[in-house]
Write a protein of this length. Structure first.
Length: 304
């Protein structure tokens, strides 16, 4: 074996060890996570990345809306009564966020902004809510080049919907949390891993499907591939099995392939919930091929 081969093998081994260290060390980190509070929650941004929740941003957004509605310049000190009102509204929003976060609800930027709108309206600050809604709509119009402008097909007979990176991140985070049996706040190591995988999926989606709508199954294929490529094999395996149990594998609709599909051998498998499902030989080969990514020098999936 040449020195270059040795170097390549060493790099591959080192990368595998890094992924193993991450996966095996997460559960130890989970045990050290403090009890649920708004300071331990994470938020999914519009581009799909996950960031720590910062309550001061809620106060700042509400303060800006009140200043605009009451014609108070940014550099001018707030009257004590107005400041107390902003603090009160902020506390109501934080209470709702904490309730949702404690229940395991995925917190998103859009969702939090919805809570702010509803809280303002419920408490009679209709003028402030109106300006806040207009501001949100204006900001949305400025994001014309965002991934949100991609279209996604859920079913062939339905109109395409807007591509949402937040859902991609939520799906990947859910897969990581399920594998590591997380409760409460998502550990920072998992957040970092989810952000990396999400970014790769979103970039691939933008690069591959700028000229046409992509199918939701194609997005799920991208998630599978990047989990595999980044070394999260066990998480990818659970995600693949979950898709299989829901019948979400990518399917080609060619008549010739459909007939071939019907003639293939079928194998019975038992799901986690005890139910049984049949899979075809081609489906098994597809997942074996994914599992062999990065290991081509050792063996080929089709020889197994």
């Amino acid at each position: 074996m040449s020195k270059s081969d040795d170097a390549t093998k060493s790099e591959t081994t080192l990368e595998s060890l890094k992924q193993t260290d991450l996966l095996t060390g997460v559960k130890d980190h989970i045990a050290k996570v403090p009890p649920n509070s708004e300071t331990t929650f994470t938020v999914v941004k519009r581009n799909g990345t996950i960031v720590p929740f910062k309550k001061e941003r809620i106060f700042n957004a509400i303060e800006a809306a009140f200043r605009e509605a009451k014609n108070v310049d940014k550099g001018t000190s707030l009257a004590s009564e107005l400041y107390n009102t902003i603090e009160h509204v902020t506390s109501l929003v934080l209470k709702k966020i904490k309730t949702l976060g404690t229940k395991g609800v995925c917190l998103t930027v859009e969702g939090i902004q919805d809570i702010v709108e509803i809280t303002l309206m419920k408490n009679g600050f209709h003028d402030v809510a109106r300006l806040y809604i207009i501001y949100r709509d204006h900001q949305k119009a400025l994001r014309k080049d965002s991934p949100d402008n991609l279209k996604v097909l859920r079913r062939e007979d339905e109109a395409p919907v807007r591509f949402n990176p937040i859902k991609v991140a939520s799906t990947i985070e859910k897969a990581f949390r399920s594998y590591h049996e997380c409760e409460g706040a998502t550990p920072h190591d998992i957040v970092d891993a989810v952000n990396v995988v999400t970014e790769k999926v979103v970039i691939d989606a933008i690069d591959s499907f700028q000229t046409k709508a992509l199918h939701v199954n194609e997005i799920q294929d991208l998630i599978e591939n990047h989990l595999m490529n980044d070394g999260y094999f066990e998480i990818a395996k659970e995600y693949i099995l979950t898709r299989a149990s829901l019948g979400q594998q990518t399917v080609k609709v060619s008549k010739e392939k459909t007939e071939h599909h019907e003639k293939q051998r079928k194998f019975k498998m038992q799901m986690k919930d005890g139910s049984e499902k049949f899979v075809t030989e081609s489906e098994i080969k597809k997942h074996m091929k994914l599992a062999c990514l990065g290991l081509e020098e050792l063996f080929q999936a089709m020889t197994l």
